[in-house]
Design a protein around this ligand. Sequence first.
Ligand SMILES: [Fe+2]
Length: 398
Amino acid sequence: MFKDYFQFAHPTRVVAGREMIGALGFEFAKEGAKRPLIVTDEVIRGTGLIEKVEAGLRDGGLEPAGIFDDVPQDSGTGVVEACAQAAREAECDSIVAVGGGSVMDTAKVANALYVHGRTVLDYEGIYQLPRADGYEGAPLPLKPLACVPTTCGTGSEVSFGAVILDSEQHVKLTLGDFPLFPSLAILDPESTRTLPPQIAAATGMDAMTHAIEGYTSTEWSPHGQAFAAGALGLMRENLPRAVQTPTDEEARGNMLVAACMAIVPGAAASVALGAVHSMSHSAGAHHRVPHGVANSIHLPHVIRFNAGDDDTAERYRDVAEILGAESAGSGEEVGEALAAWVTELTVSLELPQRLSEVGVPEAGIPELVDGAMGDGCTLTNPREIADEDYSRLYAAAL
Ligand SMILES: [Fe+2]
């Protein structure tokens, strides 16, 4: 078939390899950076990685303008505003984000507030950043942003999206626009050397969910599917290795590459994932369930549901083949086999299997359903999904 419409963009320059943090300044100078603000969190700062980042910047002739290390696990609107204020005080001309999704998303949106002012809520949604000619024209540029991911999951280092918690309304705000694509992503296995196995497992399942939902969403494209298939092929072997043997530098490096590729179909100029992400955004906003853990719990249930749609089941057949799961049989059988394969993987990674294990009470289901229905990824789930379906899926995952 020839699809009626799709859009694809992947403008972020990716530099991968061992000891590339040492080349950060050399590479970032090519993006016009001279005085970057470093954005990170306290845990990463405690590992000594930021000293290596600073040395890498100085080695390339750049002068760090300051460090903002106040980003929590699920960054909120207040943190983004504080980060933008730090950028103003430092008078930086660029930003380096060193961390996981929360750190990178904070840096992306703080960059918008630093350049354009106003608040996070003003830019919520897709294509909401200021443009030269009102809504129609080219978006106004932000400061150059370099990302050094320290988890293998979010893919935020090459995506045009950001997710920020609005803690007052208990919703995760999604922003997506072309200027939010980072200029540079540095993938160096050194940056994940101290990653605890349980976080490597959870963030790795986030990456796997990006690839599977990106491959099957209504916004799928041949370009995106090529990235997703490549990512799944890498994850099949390297995710268990990276979790079970944290000293395996090759597996950690391959997982950085896989996570970076996995987000491309879901955030290559659209935010196009599916019901797993809608359920997880809601569980994260209401009960602070870590994003990767939530995806890991929800994924098999959504696969079974979506496999009821024939076209989607055929796409799951492709995914099953790449991952080495059973891919023969009817659509329903393929869905069941893939869901069982995912569960077997997450059990071996020692991830929680049920929402009740991570603090979600049965009474909380109705508000979780409302949150999932209101989430943007519901619109791009390959099978139409209603309140009752979400209620059943949450109950099955409880
Ligand atoms: Fe995700």
